[in-house]
Design a protein around this ligand. Structure first.
Ligand code: ADE
Length: 224
């Protein structure tokens, strides 16, 4: 899968070279390209932002460098073009599954007070927010999207890691334990050491329901 990120701060994306995502790129499963929007400005001082018309605090990213960068990386508009913005639809696991089916994603990161609306109107397919809070820019949200989507790219994780995890079937994941058997007086539940897999599955299912009821009852709404 191909993901292209457009940003004014490419250095922020070094985090994506670590761990599982780093390995996925080395193995050619994930093709991640970080593009500096500044490389596309036609301004002779390499400016990419300017004061907002109508006044107000901060700066707005100019339409030209953003538009030219998008056209350069996706000339035939075959990619799904997403602008990370607190105004977007909230990012969910369902959206992750929808995006995994795409061959190429283009993620546009805004910064400062956002991007000139004309660049959004002309070049963007959809706006996505990672939650109801405001970050200084779209870079961290873009990393969230890359991480969530890349986990489902073939071969990035083992299939077993993906079958039973939070949000599958609208349930949160059951508690996990590893050695030692006892830590500060708390013991691993006996059933997990029983070797009885039917009982283990039953216990995990019950725990999933219980933890979801306690922490996220909204996920169970509409389920019997
Ligand atoms: N940019 C700033 N805040 C954001 C958010 N919550 N989601 C996506 N992009 C953002």
């Amino acid at each position: 899968m191909k993901i292209t990120i457009l940003t004014l701060f490419p250095e922020m994306f070094t985090a994506l070279s670590a761990s599982i995502l780093g390995r996925a790129q080395k193995e050619g499963k994930l093709e991640l390209t970080i593009v500096n929007i500044r490389d596309y400005t036609e301004d002779k001082h390499l400016k990419c932002d300017d004061y907002p018309f109508g006044g107000g605090a901060g700066m707005v990213m100019m339409a030209q460098p953003v538009g030219s960068a998008i056209e350069a990386v996706d000339p035939d508009h075959t990619a799904r073009r997403i602008y990370l913005s607190p105004k977007g639809a909230t990012f969910t696991q369902q959206k992750v599954f929808e995006l995994v089916g795409q061959e190429h994603l283009v993620l546009l990161c805004g910064h400062y007070e956002g991007v000139d609306q004309r660049a959004i109107d002309l070049f963007i397919d959809e706006e996505v927010s990672i939650g109801d809070y405001v970050l200084t820019g779209g870079e961290l949200p873009a990393m969230v999207v890359v991480d969530c989507v890349a986990r489902y790219v073939d071969g990035v994780l083992s299939p077993e890691s993906l079958v039973q995890e939070s949000f599958s079937e609208n349930l949160l994941e059951y508690p996990q334990y590893t050695r030692p058997v006892e830590y500060r007086g708390l013991r691993v539940p006996d059933v997990l050491r029983s070797g009885n897999h039917a009982e283990i599955d039953k216990w995990r299912r019950e725990q999933s329901v219980a933890v979801t009821k306690k922490q996220r009852p909204d996920l169970l709404e509409g389920k019997s």
